[in-house]
Write a protein that binds this ligand. Sequence first.
Ligand code: FAD
Length: 464
Amino acid sequence: MHALLEQITTLVGAANVLTGQDVSARSADWMSAAPCRAAAIIRPASTDELSKVMRACHAARQPVVTHGGVTGLVHGAAAKPDELVISMERMNRIEAIDTVGSTLTVQAGTPLQSVQEAAEDAGLQFPLDLGARGSCTIGGNISTNAGGIRVIRYGMTRQLVLGLEAVMADGRVVSSMNHMLKNNAGFDLKQLFIGSEGTLGIVTRAVLRLHPQTPDVQTALVACPDFDALTGLLSHMNQALGGNLSAFEAMWHNHYHLLTEESGRHTAPLPTDSPFYAIVESLGIDADSHAAQFSQALESAFERELICDAVLAHSSQQRQGLWAIREDIEGLLQLLAPFFVFDVSLPISAMQDYVTEVEQAVAQRWPEGRVITFGHLGDGNLHFSITVGSDDDASRQAVEQCVYRPLSALGGSVSAEHGIGLEKRRYLDLSRTADELALMRQLKQALDPHNLLNRGKVLDPASF
Ligand SMILES: Cc1cc2nc3c(=O)[nH]c(=O)nc-3n(C[C@H](O)[C@H](O)[C@H](O)COP(=O)(O)OP(=O)(O)OC[C@H]3O[C@@H](n4cnc5c(N)ncnc54)[C@H](O)[C@@H]3O)c2cc1C
């Protein structure tokens, strides 16, 4: 290791090879904030530098773990004491914006919020958005195929990436920096790196697809009398808003009540006695006509008894206040710790029965346990925060059984958007067939035969 670090120091400079306390002062896990345990953190400034670092690591058979903003929620950035971390923090420039082609070319370590702001300054929009926007990086978003709060309208990160560049395990640079909407010349290689959580290559640059701005935002918090009304409201708003619906975020009573009346963390904008709440958001262009369209859609939802109460945001401060209830993950951490978080997807029609099944399974084993539920309902994506009074391994596995076991029969997924990382590896076969898993292992072997990139993440190394 010493000789390798000396070699890497000549490539990136001493200031960019962090060791000792400079490593442990950083975290490799957002949830636990546990100190990073890697042997060193390497901070390359360019694709070329990273390529040379990986050539050296490849020759030494040295495993590495890539770090973006370290906001991932499945321990994908965890590093062992004999591993090196590759931090993308110095590759943080927006290289170009093409307002005619509606593209933005960016280095992978750039925070998502900087990309959003640069697109905005150019009169366009990069619509990927999530609570960690200030800290997560575009490379991390690509590697986890992040979803977020506008998937219903713009798709996941995959739909917003036109091209990318990646450094392979042996240091080769694969540049697939396509700028066009159409390019069917052979395999679409960028897809190998989107959502593969840094196991097949290190994303260094990307060409992102921008969209026209939608300056008018209409946001409402609504209360629904039952689950059928909630799903009926989703279909109704989709129709009535003619493609403008951008978010449909459901909160079960337990989530809304906990973060408002019970804890006092947020003032409740609506009474807390309804079984379901939803934040409904629409993005439009003309303020007057868009506001009228949104109000009419809500009014007709009232008439059809899909909603029993609603509050509209009249300023961006009020809008943020509504979203703060939905996005208060730190609040959940404080109020429920120790707790486990889950990110599953399943057909919307099966959701309420599934939630009841999970609640009953948890209550049967831990009468004092709590299951707090919210999610991107329009995307079929549920998040559970489950506390059973302990976070030891046995409790974790028992809670995981309650959540994951019913999913296979429903055609659901153990990971809707957070990925597999280390956390869900043992459950991957509940959502993927044996043939799919075999092909994943074949790809890993072909691209990273010495298993140097994010070793042990997503796929169990013992299985190939
Ligand atoms: C408050 C909060 C809200 C969140 N909301 C959402 C949400 O709504 N939707 C959602 O999908 N996720 C959400 N997340 C999870 C997280 O923000 C995303 O997974 C994000 O995309 C991770 O980006 P990052 O830069 O922090 O990646 P990291 O955490 O640094 O890394 C995540 C994984 O990607 C790999 N990786 C990172 N950069 C690269 C690269 N350049 N090349 C190759 N591999 C790389 C890492 O090795 C790791 O396996 C949320 C997290 C928090 C803390």
